[in-house]
Design a binder for this molecule. Structure first.
Ligand code: FAD
Length: 387
């Protein structure tokens, strides 16, 4: 029987060292460390450019587009170290994680040549326009229209919860291109420049007070048909595969790891771990963290072998994001009212625990809710009947 060897290769160990060195260098993140949720709230294009200068964006992509042709495990090492350090990686996150792989899978040569090298150089950014007021889990219910008029699509409708809408150069839009087809069969993916006339963005303030997402209104926005990604009316099926990329990263496990690491150090320093019940709860979470990390590495291994992780990504995301919520709850419970205080001698972690507690419901919603993922695990994973 082949032996399972979890040791990193020499190149992987060197890569992890290099990322750690980069991150401890003051000029890399310095005072701008975002700590928790840096992949979605830490928008810092200058930091992304410094990451690009290290050749760490588009790591798995072909060299002719500026990539390094390295493995998904290598990419995981880079993203893991970035998030553990709380780096503000949001400005290149969607391009690197989702849009680049989607273009590689379905984009025309023109779009690939034009955009992939710019993603690698952190010169271009993206938002993903899928959800609408009447279509979230049931994406096929979307009503934003992409009518064909000569050489253009004419787009009208509304998206919501669009992360980075305010900053992004392009929206990766999913819209209805054939209103007469069955719901799943009349949808296309189109790359829309956010500077196009007719687009209005209205930011949404979340419970934490942050404004990383927003509503996007499209009023007869004209986009050349050359911006179509993949096949016309096949967008729904293409996007289902992209979601497997979106769901399976380490960001689903360690969005709030900096807080967890600080809590463990605090509990040890202040003697809280003398309380056996508390010690056990901390240990339970630590055990689950290692189990979740194993799942994420397994999914990266599946991607490296050329397979698309489907229900495996759903298993990993469901387990790991639930754990992130448990971390937020336990840290807040342990700190009590002090978790709320920002600054001053009575503050512990500068209000980060309370902030994370308020943010945590997002973990099991964004990228597909846990209910939807359980459906995927049951049907596609276990072969149970859909109804
Ligand atoms: C922080 C954050 C960032 C986001 N960023 C983006 C983004 O960049 N782009 C984008 O397009 N969207 C984004 N979203 C939106 C997100 O994808 C949707 O919120 C999510 O898919 C759920 O859709 P919904 O909110 O419409 O809820 P609904 O689909 O209305 O679901 C409501 C409830 O019903 C349950 N439910 C629905 N259908 C079923 C079913 N078939 N079986 C069992 N239970 C079901 C759900 O689990 C949920 O509990 C973001 C969301 C968050 C929180």
């Amino acid at each position: 029987m082949p032996r399972m060897d979890f040791r990193p290769t020499r190149e992987q160990a060197a890569l992890r060292d290099a990322v750690q060195r980069f991150l401890t260098d003051d000029s890399a993140i310095g005072a701008r460390a975002f700590l928790e949720d840096g992949w979605i709230n830490g928008w810092d294009p200058a930091f992304s450019k410094r990451v690009a200068a290290q050749n760490w964006i588009g790591l798995t992509w072909p060299k002719r587009y500026g990539g390094q042709e390295r493995s998904y495990l290598d990419r995981l090492i880079v993203t893991e170290e970035m998030l553990l350090a709380g780096a503000p990686v949001a400005a290149h996150w969607f391009g690197d994680r989702q849009i680049g792989p989607a273009l590689l899978a379905h984009g025309t040569d023109q779009l690939k040549n034009e955009l992939l090298p710019r993603i690698v150089a952190a010169e271009v950014s993206f938002c993903a326009g899928m959800s609408e007021p009447g279509a979230g889990s049931d994406l096929a219910a979307l009503s934003t229209r992409a009518a064909i008029d000569g050489d253009d699509f004419v787009i009208s409708g509304q998206k919501t919860w669009t992360s980075f809408a305010e900053h992004a150069d392009y929206c990766y839009l999913v819209a209805r291109s054939d209103p007469d087809a069955k719901p799943h069969q009349g949808i296309s993916e189109i790359l829309v420049p956010m500077s196009s006339p007719g687009i209005t963005v209205r930011t949404i303030r979340d419970m934490v007070g942050e404004t990383h997402f927003g509503e996007v209104f499209f009023d007869e926005v004209r986009v050349p048909r050359t911006h179509l990604i993949g096949e016309i009316n096949r967008g729904f099926y293409q996007i289902m595969q992209q979601l497997d990329f979106e769901r399976s990263g380490i960001e689903r496990l360690i969005s709030n790891y900096p807080l967890w690491r600080d809590l463990k150090a605090y509990a040890t320093r202040t003697g809280l771990t003398a309380n056996k019940a508390l010690r056990n709860r901390i240990a339970e979470i630590e055990i689950a963290y290692w189990a979740g990390r194993g799942m994420i590495y397994k999914v990266a291994g599946i991607l490296s072998s050329g397979r698309v992780p489907n229900y495996e990504a759903a298993v990993a995301k469901t387990f790991c994001t639930s754990l992130e919520q448990k971390i937020a709850e336990l840290v807040t419970e342990i700190l009590g009212p002090a978790s709320l205080i920002r600054g001053g001698p009575r503050s512990i972690f500068d209000g980060r625990a309370a902030r994370n507690m308020l943010y945590a419901p997002a973990y099991t919603i964004q990228g597909g809710t846990n209910n939807i993922l359980r459906n995927i695990i049951a049907t596609r994973g276990l072969g149970l009947p859909a109804r």
